[in-house]
Every structure is written in C-alpha cells, then in structure tokens.
Design a protein around this ligand. Structure first.
Ligand SMILES: Nc1nc2c(ncn2[C@@H]2O[C@H](COP(=O)(O)OP(=O)(O)OP(=O)(O)O)[C@@H](O)[C@H]2O)c(=O)[nH]1
Length: 361
C-alpha cells in the first residue's frame, strides 16, 4: 500500500498514547476504556495498512447488512461509517483510525450484527479472514495486542447489551405491574357499576349487562324469571324509620343470595323490587325457588312476631314465569309483573305463575 496516501490517516500522538496506555493490561477504568475503544494504536494501524487493501467508499454505500455473512474487517483511513444495530439501539458513528467487522477477520463467515453504511466519501483498509495468518506471521506481538483488544471489546459490548436488556426487562416488569393494577382497578370499578350499594346484589345495569353477555355467547334456552316485591314496605319505613327499612331490604337480598345457584343471578331492580334469573327452563325448578323466597320471609316474620322485635323482614309477593332468552327485558318484565300484580291483588305473601302473554305485535 502506498504509505504516502495513508499519511493523513496515521493516528496522532494523542490517539497513539491512548492506545499505548491500553497495552498495559492493569484493569483501571481508563485502560478498559482504551482497550474497548475502536481507535487503533499506530502499530496496529501501520500493520493493517501494510497488509490490507485500500477501498474507496461513497456516501450511503452499504458495506454489509445485519445478518450478512462477513469475512472481512475494515479500518477507517478517511471518512466516517455508521453502524446501525437496529431496533431502538443508537446508531454508532466511527471515524478515522477506528475499526469494525473484526469478527469477520478473526473467525470468518460471521453473521454481521449491524448494517455498516458510509456516512461520507472515504477510504477504508480491508482485511480478509484468509489474511489473518499472514498478519500473525508478520507481527505476532501487535496481532496479539489487537486480539486482546478485540476480545475485550466484544465482552464490553456484551456486558452493555446485558445491562440494556436488564433495564428493558425491569421497565417491562414495571409496565406489566402497572397494567395489572389498572386492570384490577377497572375490574373493581366495573364491579361497582354493576352492583347495588345497599345489598351487594347486581343492580339493574348489572342485569342488563349480564343479559347482553348471555346473548353474545349465544345463550338461547328459556330461563326462569322471579320478580320479588316487598309488601307494604312503605309502612316499615314510616313506622320504624329508613334504617330499619334498609335492613329489611338487606334481609330480602340475603334470602335471594341463599337461594341462587352458581348459574343464577340475583338483582335489586330498585326501591323494594328484586328479581332472580334462574338458569332453568323447567317450571317446577322456578316455582321451587319462588316458593322458597316467600316461605323464608314468612318463617322469619313468624319468629319476629314471637320475639316482638323490630322488623328484619316483610312479606314478599312474587311473580314467576319462563321467558325466552332472546326476548327483550320489557317482554320478560311484563310477563313476570302480570303474575306479581295478581299476587298483590290476592293479598301478598304468595307466588303467582304467568304463562307467556299473548303477543301484542
Ligand atoms: N329504607 C329504604 N326505603 C326505600 C329505598 N328505596 C325505596 N324505598 C321506599 O320504598 C317504598 C316503596 O313504597 P311502595 O312502592 O308504595 O311499596 P309498598 O309500600 O311496599 O306497597 P305495595 O308494594 O303495594 O305493598 C317507598 O316509600 C320508598 O321511599 C331504600 O333504599 N331504603
């Protein structure tokens, strides 16, 4: 190689001193930085310049792409090269006297870990894998120093990568924890939106959402609907106060909770009106549930009367029916309410059944 052409590229005193310092392998921070830098010492540069070939590059020229199999190392004699490691890793810009692609020289057929692209006009020294033996024969001491530097650089880069991965892992874990917390809060909020505050049963909104979900999963079988209304509840409030009235409503909720199966749903529709959606298409199952509700209230009332305590419950009127899962809530309610109305008219504290009403369409 013409040494005059390379005169401009020879490392200056500073660069050389930095690299020389790296020859001393005591592991001070400074040494590690010098050893892991890509700036060649004067000896290294001279050796590579003597044994390699000059290659001119123009801006944007691609030397290799990530994943390409490489068998050459490059030393920058003039100009700048960008190494792009992809993802969100920072592009590394190398300048004069720096080297890259060393694993191509040292081990040959090595998959490149970055794109190498010329940032401007420049000149590179190219050394191929098969020339490695020649380098060793020519100047084993400098090659040995270069090898040590190359290994340290790989280890240093790897440690940097591990640190970055750990940090990213930590960030991901924090984001995941955040997501869990938010999901939990959303679930809690959704639960609150669906729940009646006083009794803990589903509220009307919860019932509507439940019906919507049943339709979305394609539930088409008939269901039982049990409409429950307190008898003379206003009187409880008037005679014993609102708090006692609240406690009575909570007792009704407890009876409903006790009778529902895992597939059924208990709901407070509002005021002193409740309902049960029973997952059965059999009249006898629905009537069993409805009768249990009325009888339990009656039994509790009998106990109260014996003990002469403030009311914990009141008589309940119930209307029961079978409804089509795909019919709308108004049709369900109208059918059950017809039965409930009869139960009230007959004096309350009883169950009435209603077959499907004639269609009004
Ligand atoms: N304590 C209490 N009372 C409520 C609540 N919500 C509604 N009420 C009262 O419940 C009463 C319901 O009265 P009505 O609809 O006349 O029912 P009722 O007195 O049971 O009459 P019948 O159903 O005909 O036997 C009203 O006085 C409402 O103020 C509540 O959350 N707590």
């Amino acid at each position: 190689m013409n040494r005059e052409n390379l005169a401009f590229a020879m490392p200056d005193r500073n660069t050389e001193e930095k690299a020389r310092a790296a020859v001393d392998v005591s592991h001070s921070a400074h040494d590690v930085i010098a050893m892991t830098s890509a700036i060649l010492s004067a000896d290294e540069f001279e050796l590579f310049a003597r044994m390699g070939r000059l290659r001119a590059v123009s801006p944007g020229e691609v030397l290799f792409r990530r994943g390409d199999s490489g068998t050459a190392m490059y030393v920058i004699a003039r100009g700048e090269i960008d190494l792009d490691f992809g993802d969100d890793l920072q592009v590394k810009r190398l300048g004069p006297n720096e080297f890259f692609g060393e694993l191509g020289l040292l081990i040959g057929d090595h998959a490149r870990s970055a794109d190498a692209i010329a940032a401007c006009d420049g000149q590179l020294i190219e050394l191929r894998h098969h020339e490695f033996e020649r380098l060793v024969e020519h100047d084993p001491a400098t090659v040995s120093f270069f090898l040590r530097r190359a290994i340290m650089r790989v280890v240093y880069n790897e440690q940097g990568l591990i640190r970055r991965l750990r940090r990213r892992n930590h960030d991901l874990q924090a984001a995941l924890d955040n997501l869990h917390t938010t999901t939990h809060q959303l679930n809690q909020t959704e639960e609150l939106v669906r729940t009646d505050e006083l009794t803990g049963l589903y509220n009307r909104r919860g019932l509507m959402l439940h019906m919507q979900e049943c339709r979305e999963i394609g539930l088409t079988t008939a269901l039982g609907l049990v409409l429950v209304d307190c008898d003379r509840f206003k009187q409880v409030n008037d005679e014993h106060g609102h708090l006692v009235g609240d406690r009575v409503l909570q007792s009704v909720a407890s009876i409903l909770r006790a009778v529902v199966g895992p597939e059924d749903l208990a709901c407070r529709l509002g005021g002193d009106e409740f309902c049960l959606v029973v997952a059965s298409a059999r009249r006898e199952d629905v009537m069993r549930v409805a009768s249990y509700v009325v009888r339990t209230a009656q039994n509790l009332l009998a106990m109260e009367a014996e003990e002469g305590i403030a009311p914990l419950i009141c008589p309940l009127s119930v209307g029961a029916c079978l409804v089509e899962a795909d019919a709308d809530w108004n049709a369900w309610y109208a059918q059950a309410d017809a039965a409930l109305y009869r139960a009230k008219r007959l004096g309350g504290g009883r169950v009435e059944w209603q077959d499907p009403l004639p269609s009004t369409a």
